[in-house]
Design a protein around this ligand. Sequence first.
Ligand code: ADP
Ligand code: MG
Length: 743
Amino acid sequence: MKVEFVLGGLNCAHCAGIIEEKVKKMEGVDSASLNFVNKKLIANIKENENVTEQIGYIRNIIDTTEPGLKIEVLGQGIENNSDRESKSESCSCSSSCSSSCSSCSTEADKSNSSIFRVENEEKLKIISIAVAIILSLSAYVFKSVLENEIVANALFVVAYLVAGYEVLGDAIRNIFKGKLMDENFLMSVATIGALIIGEYPEAVGVMVFYSIGELLESQAVSKSRKDIESLMNIKPDVANLLVDGEIVQVSPESVNIGDIIVVRVGEKVPLDGKVIKGNSMFDTSAITGESVLKSIKIGERVLSGVINKKSVVTVEVEKLMKDSTVSRILDMVENATSKKSKTENFISVFAKYYTPIVVSLALLLAIAPTLILGEPFSKWAYRGLVFLVVSCPCALVLSIPLTYFSGIGISSKNGILVKGSNYLEALRKVNTVVLDKTGTITKGTFEVSNVVLSDGVTEREIFEYAGIAESRSTHPIAISIVKYASGILEIDEIVDEKNMTEYEEISSHGVKMVYEGKKILVGNYRLMQKFGISYSESENSSTKVHVAVDGLYLGCIEISDEIKAGIAETIDKLKNIGIERVVMLTGDTGLVAKEVSDIAGLDEYHANLLPVDKVNLLEQIIESNGGKGNVAFIGDGINDAPVIARSDVGISMGGMGSDAAIEASDVVFMTDEISKMPIAIRIAKFTSKISWQNIFLAMGIKIIVLILSVFGLANMWLAIFADVGVAVLAVLNSLRVLNGDYR
Ligand code: ADP
Ligand code: MG
């Protein structure tokens, strides 16, 4: 069972890692992941465990690792999403890592008294930094102008205590909790060591800059959190429910299926539904990333999250809040970070070993030369202390998850839902794109172009049977036939559910059913062959739908589909960003496939495929690729779900795609356009580039400082830059993902 925790006031990336690690190791827990950015811990508790008991253990872990967090438990049958947003966070973070609590101050509810404490904490920190600087300056005056060493050193010590009381206090508290290797402890040891060997200004400097760095870092983190949150700000607040002709404002969660709501100009559509009165233009950019207004008319579906731009419409609600598009998007994005990229996993493993190794080296460096070579202790101790200052991997622990989360955030802003950081990583490596035809390359809205009738059969007759048989199918062909049929006949005339029996949809063949005792077959040549019916087909590139009733062949409906706009450009763009091979797989005939493939400019196509053939072919493609890159498959239908699941990166169409396909996929294109593919790949590449830049920046500078320090060339000032300076730079760098241009 999945349980979600919100850790209000969590601002320590390092502690977050420790909490996650500990919860993962619990016996009653299958898996766990903590998203530092939205402060959410998701734990999957094992089936046969007592959930309440396990939640208690998890609370205990959180409390002992990072005391004072406000823990909220969600997701245990709680469906009311608005709860999550409206709850205020208290910030009583013990600040035992590199970030202070400042970021909460902007987020939490203003009436919450703890905020004032947080704001005061921050002010206090700024004041203490200022006082420490003034004290140090006076110490310098005493030292160099008045030449009074004793007063100077005393002033330095006072400045040190003013700047570092918090770090020292936390370090002592943590020692009692058995947390030796945390940053406060390391900083305390380094600076106390500096004082002992007489490096007073350095000790003060480390504390002062460490505090400044903490402030900057928390500002940067809170900025990126806010940026990401505003990207995700697609949730509507109210629904205008129509009750007895009056509009009542209610929360979208309380609206039921079948209720009627009114959406005025400028308002967000709160729930998925069908327009039953009025026509308007809608801004769909929050959902699809497209800034062009979309016209939605009476009878058409409208998705939650889009903004009404032109005139009032009345909508019949078709989905509850929790199943509406907005909630589905938010859920996917929030859960996305639980599937971590290899880089993120590497960083958490690395962080575990980095600190103990650097600390051991520091000890060795401080002691060995003195013991073995008889070198002066203070000289080597100083070098060892420099090691301690750079021994926290905070820059990486903080910036890498932030980079990936930004990548996922900006993707969804562009109408691309990526269900995990690992898929973002997989997208980057795609070198082969495999596409389905109907609904993916083509619009899937077929037009009837010709009807070939057997002797004595009327057009009305063939469409009556075809319309009845297709009325239950969601295949694009079926929808188009029903639409055309209802243009010739009265809709009610066609469908009478009571009289239908033995309905069966045969994948890549068509449909079979019994209606008023008559056995109807509607589908392609394969379906006719399967039931031993002789048929005839003309040689052209339209899709053929044959109709037979009680073994008698009625004729063939020829329909053709339109290729989506801009496909050829998209294929060009894909080639330009390094995609080597673009392949189309289709259940349609070779003639149709060839025409589509030629127009789109594809490298190859395979026609007449059954769903199982598609899977086999995809496997062959993956094999022939030989691990050189990933194979992505883009499809829309139920019959594409197995192929989507089998590919390295499975992509579905969120708009008209079937639920099965969306469920099976790793990435969803909200606009149903493969033009999202180059954008998705660009975002993936840039995200990965930024995360590697951060790794090289952080590790490069730290390693340089470590090496310089061995030779006595680095001082503590440089070390403190390598620690907090680099962390700030890395966090700022990860923000670039949100501001990139990927078109
Ligand atoms: P694609 O791979 O192009 O998306 P599908 O695998 O969905 O196509 O379907 C392959 C073929 O099977 C279609 O071209 C059509 O001939 C036939 N078919 C599938 N479903 C239906 C249906 N409901 N009615 C008629 N024909 C169908
Ligand atoms: Mg299809």
